[in-house]
Design a binder for this molecule. Sequence first.
Ligand SMILES: [Zn+2]
Ligand SMILES: [Zn+2]
Length: 372
Amino acid sequence: MAAAAPLLFASATTQAQSARNAVAAGPYPTRAWGVTETAGKFAPMTIQRRALGDNDVLLDILYAGICHSDVHTARGDWGAPGLPCVPGHEIVGRVVAVGRNVTKFRVGDVGGVGCMVDACGSCENCLADREQICVNGTTFTYDSPDKVSGGHTLGGYSERIVVTEKFVIRIPPGMDLRATAPILCAGITTFSPIRHWGVVPGQRVAVVGLGGLGHMAVKLAVAQRADVTVLTTTPGKIAAARAMGASAAYLWQDAQARPELRNHFDLMISTVPYAFEAEPFMQMLKLDSTFVNVGLGEARGINPAAMAFGRKSLAGSMIGGIAETQEVIDHCFARHIYPDVEVIRPEQIDAAYQRVVGKDVRFRFVIEFASS
Ligand SMILES: [Zn+2]
Ligand SMILES: [Zn+2]
């Protein structure tokens, strides 16, 4: 009899959960916006979200950010994407159904989904909370082999998504949901290196590129009370950098001509999403300091001798694990750190992409689905 009580309890819980679920167990035909050819125009389409598994959460998507990676993928800059291609890996949604084993969420909660939706959970990287570099292959939120449903994953430019609860981030009640989505990629991508390289108050941090990632890097480093300098190619962003708390901001060319910036920075974070000449920036690093490339642009023209003489490091960093993503959400909520967003409707995705490529965004587009 001792064993029967928990079983009865589990059964009652399951019944209560299914009673709370606002919708059936699926699968779920879902309205999405994607491209059916590489670099094509975005159009509405119907995709299938899988039936709710025992550990799954169904989200009604409220907002999805537009990341530069979305643009690269949809336009084939990194190779032809799987088609149709539905990008979007900065997702905030309302929980409308939970599987029978789900404990982290209840119907009505708000959840977030970032750049990944699954990983093996047992490799050394997963066990170290580094699911973004799972040895057996992270399942990214879009354009990634879908190990559950087959085909490739379809992202957040859609009205619903089903994700296993471990990969859904808790969004605290009271958070500004319109501006939360970009924290799930732009925020974690810049938070992780600031944490990993241990930025402390007073250190000199340079942020190269002031776009979606760069402006989050500035806000997060300023909140860490670092002395932040922005290096940009856009004259109009100098004032914006200062308004975010940077103590200095320069155009790249101007900065490279300034002798006082040589051997100056404790950490440099490059968010530049295209190839660039890295050597002038390496010269700005102090002894034993690191240039971290999070923008995935090719860093060209490195001089090994110059790096050796300053014992300088060139490093990369890619998003962050699930625990760290929860940490950056809680960190931003507690300190009122939010990206600057421009909210658009799904019909405006093509126009927004043009403006992202033209560096005409302050500083992140967020698609609102309630308006579609
Ligand atoms: Zn991204
Ligand atoms: Zn793994």
